[in-house]
Design a protein around this ligand. Structure first.
Ligand SMILES: *Cc1c(COP(=O)(O)O)cnc(C)c1O
Length: 234
């Protein structure tokens, strides 16, 4: 058994334990394997162990890996999630090559992705990235703008609004980790109560997965715990 497949098993066990503690069904929580900075061999190892969904932060790096995977394993079908910051001049390749985008912070970016999504592909699944750490963090739309933006994005024809994503500031312990997730969970429930058919709360990484699951995470984005430490600070 490879190290990556053992790590995947440990992460799945961690998801199940956190879910049971929260009185939730582990099947409600998907695992997104964040493969940024790791090469195609690592992705293939994870895919062999049954992992289907992969998250990437850097467009060129992701496109290079997709090309290499296509050459080496033409029959392999993976699901690609873009989770990094998006520059407006990079939206077209994202719309063309990804199945999901988690990191939409502005309506204008969403509009471009909708306009540029190729007709032969299904609508692009998207989450809005929300700033739940206030001043401490610069990424994500402000909480008080989220509802308006969500309704606007939900109307875009080539997007399918799936939910919300956030990256809180690192926190010391479980309760401190949980507090910002709770705010996002509340917003998620409010949007659903307003009639938006969203089903995805993209929260939880290697260090705060259990707290995110306690606050309703339906998709954890895990890199380090699967692939190991990244070489450089990314
Ligand atoms: C790198 C990254 C992750 C994974 O973080 P780990 O701590 O390695 O699990 C998750 N989400 C985003 C947006 C990331 O950039």
């Amino acid at each position: 058994m490879s190290l990556i497949s053992r790590n995947l098993q440990v992460v799945h066990d961690g998801i199940a334990t956190a879910a049971h503690r929260a009185g939730r069904n582990p099947d409600e929580i998907r695992l997104l394997a964040v493969s940024k900075t790791f090469g195609v061999d690592a992705i293939l190892e994870a895919a062999q162990a049954g992992q289907k969904a992969f998250g990437e932060n850097y467009l060129q790096e992701a496109l290079d890996k997709m090309t290499e995977l296509q050459a080496r394993q033409p029959a392999l079908r993976l699901e690609w999630h873009f989770i990094g910051p998006i520059q407006s001049n990079k939206t077209r390749p994202i719309a063309e090559h990804f199945d999901w985008v988690h990191s939409i912070e502005r309506e204008k970016i969403a509009q471009r992705l909708s306009d540029q999504r190729p007709q032969h592909l299904p609508p692009l699944n998207v989450c809005l990235q929300i700033n739940i750490s206030g001043e401490a963090s610069k990424s994500g739309a402000a909480l008080d703008q989220a509802s308006e933006m969500a309704h606007a994005v939900a109307r875009m024809p080539r997007l399918r609004l799936r939910g919300l994503m956030a990256i809180p500031e690192p926190a010391e312990n479980f309760e401190q980790q949980r507090a910002p997730f709770r705010r996002l969970h509340q917003l998620f429930n409010e949007l659903r109560a307003q009639g938006l058919p969203i089903d995805t709360l993209s929260i939880g990484m290697s260090a705060d997965m259990a707290a995110a699951i306690a606050e309703g995470s339906t998709m954890v984005r895990v890199g380090t715990a699967i692939f190991g430490k990244r070489d450089y600070a990314k």
